[in-house]
Design a protein around this ligand. Structure first.
Ligand SMILES: CC(C)(COP(=O)(O)OP(=O)(O)OC[C@H]1O[C@@H](n2cnc3c(N)ncnc32)[C@H](O)[C@@H]1OP(=O)(O)O)[C@@H](O)C(=O)NCCC(=O)NCCS
Length: 189
């Protein structure tokens, strides 16, 4: 019975194994990460998590509580929060990926999630959060940043385009079942 189960789901095991390898590689790339002074932008600490989870739940259809807690531990240095008068009003979570190109090993980053408190949207905070965190990415020799965004999420697409991201391709099933999204990229080097 056990054997049948194992053979029935080889892709699931392979995917989990892959995720573990990527996660180890990401943590390794984060070693020696240099932090710079950022205006109104900080990195996460445990006291901020309940507010971040609230902003995430307000911004997205699907809760990601477990994943967000995981990122706050594994990728704390690149889990940024933005404040206004000491109040947390948004977050942007990145992770790192190695990329092997003709020039050798490159460090790339991916935006896992970004959201601004509904009350504070459209006032430039999303842009500020991205600009400040991107400065730090450049300082740490990240060669490119990519993200996935639902093709109907116009506020987010406009924000990314303002920052300099371009659409690379359209993909299905990444932003939700049967949903279409764009992969967008910003080259830094
Ligand atoms: C996407 C999001 C993070 C943008 O944050 P924000 O703080 O409102 O964005 P900003 O005020 O910094 O806007 C920067 C630019 O984005 C564009 N933009 C932002 N909101 C917009 C809207 N509702 N409609 C059209 N363009 C918009 C504008 O071009 C704006 O530049 P401008 O002020 O010079 O015109 C925010 O809407 C949000 O949290 N949404 C819910 C979660 C989400 O969708 N996250 C992205 C998942 S990929």
């Amino acid at each position: 019975m056990g054997l049948i189960n194992i053979h029935a789901k080889p892709d699931v095991y392979l995917r989990s194994f892959n995720n573990i390898l990527w996660s180890i590689a990401g943590s390794w790339l984060l070693k020696g990460w240099k932090q710079i002074g950022k205006e109104n932008v900080d990195t996460v600490d445990d006291t901020m998590l309940s507010e971040i989870l609230r902003i995430q739940a307000e911004g997205f259809e699907y809760g990601r509580q477990g994943e967000i807690l995981k990122y706050s531990k594994k990728f704390r240095k690149i889990f940024y929060v933005i404040k206004s008068q000491d109040r947390i009003i948004g977050y942007c979570i990145y992770y790192l990926r190695p990329d092997f190109s003709v020039t050798g090993l490159e460090k790339r980053s991916v935006i896992y999630s970004i959201a601004i408190d509904r009350e504070f949207r459209n006032r430039g905070f999303g842009r500020k959060l991205l600009e400040e965190s991107i400065k730090e990415m450049k300082m740490n020799s990240v060669s490119a940043i990519c993200l996935y965004v639902n093709i109907n999420n116009l506020p987010a697409i406009k924000l990314y385009e303002k920052i300099g991201f371009s659409i690379i391709k359209e993909i299905k099933d990444i932003c939700g079942q049967k949903e279409r999204c764009y992969k967008m990229e910003l080259k830094l080097a």
